[in-house]
Write a protein that binds this ligand. Structure first.
Ligand code: ADP
Ligand code: MG
Length: 292
């Protein structure tokens, strides 16, 4: 490839909201046949809101939110922001948390008012031997509507569940349609629960779903698709997506996401919408046609 055409491509990209950090990524983009896409913050807005709070016996809705907001206060996860915002909205006074920790892709843990508090995925609570069965059936109902359900435990006992929904970005359906038209296979990749992931995938007509994937597993999924001979682009926004972005033939970060994702990707879509990827593909084709 001649450096001149690539430089022109990079310049045109910048004008169109496509930042190209790695010229080789621009060359490879026209050759991709598979696009693996993170769900939260990439296919969806990444600005989730609480849609339901269900207390376990002995708790009230506001109590569940009060404790959940306390434990989420130090977390920067979009789910944490939704919970803290809902508590503010209901004017609930939120106590302090001590000894906070947040195992990535699982949830949060700490002490609130001298009680051991855990909030996170069903798998995380199971790992800590909390019996969530009293609320399991209800959680599954909420997931079928596409909500993410997090479980709250206080002193090792389930205290309630919170359903949080994240709307699909307005531009996502059109972008996926355009990419499919070009023969690209779309795969959803998420740390979220399978039922929730499939509900969102169904809305978007995505049939390949890789759910319940821990952050360190996301890069493995990319590697697996590549080992099957596919040319893979990975699009994502989070810290948890960074290794997968680096492992792909082309890594694509959302400009609305984390710095770590952008540093790990060859291409950044400034506005964070996937229509930018359709533009980037045109640019790649035009650039490579110029060179040939
Ligand atoms: P995604 O891949 O969709 O961006 P993550 O890998 O960040 O999702 O998180 C996976 C799951 O871990 C979430 O769906 C949630 O159940 C749990 N989780 C992670 N962080 C938090 C948090 N701060 N509060 C509650 N749950 C969390
Ligand atoms: Mg994400």
């Amino acid at each position: 490839a001649t450096p001149m055409s690539i430089m022109v491509g990079v310049g045109r990209g910048a004008a169109a909201g496509v930042l190209i950090r790695d010229a080789a990524a621009l060359e490879r983009l026209e050759k991709i046949d598979t696009l693996i896409i993170d769900k939260t913050g990439t296919l969806t807005e990444g600005r989730p809101a609480v849609t339901a709070v269900v207390p376990a016996e002995g708790f009230t809705e506001d109590e569940v939110l009060r404790i959940a907001a306390a434990i989420e206060k130090p977390s920067e996860h979009p789910l944490a922001e939704a919970i803290v915002r809902e508590a503010e909205h209901r004017a609930i006074a939120v106590p302090r948390v001590l000894g906070f920790d947040s195992p990535t892709g699982k949830g949060v843990i700490g002490m609130v008012e001298r009680k051991r508090v855990t909030l996170g995925s069903a798998a995380f609570l199971a790992e800590l031997s909390v019996d969530a069965s009293p609320l399991a059936a209800l959680a599954d109902e909420l997931r079928k509507d596409g909500a993410t359900v997090v479980f709250l435990a206080v002193n090792g006992r389930v205290a309630g569940i919170i359903a949080i929904a994240d709307p699909v970005k307005a531009t996502t359906p059109a972008a996926l349609a355009a990419l499919r038209e070009e023969g690209i296979r779309i795969v959803m990749l998420t740390g979220d629960n399978r039922t929730t992931a499939q509900a969102v995938a169904r809305q978007l007509g995505i049939s390949s779903v890789e759910a319940d994937v821990l952050p360190e597993g996301k890069a493995d999924v990319v590697a697996r698709w590549r080992s099957e001979g596919r040319v893979v682009a990975m699009a994502g926004d989070g810290v948890n997506d960074a290794p997968a972005l680096a492992a792909a033939d082309v890594g694509i970060a959302m400009g609305t996401g984390t710095d770590v994702a952008m540093e790990s990707a060859g291409i950044t879509l400034v506005k964070g919408d996937l229509l930018g990827l359709v533009r980037a593909r045109r640019l790649s084709e035009a650039t490579m046609a110029n060179i040939r």
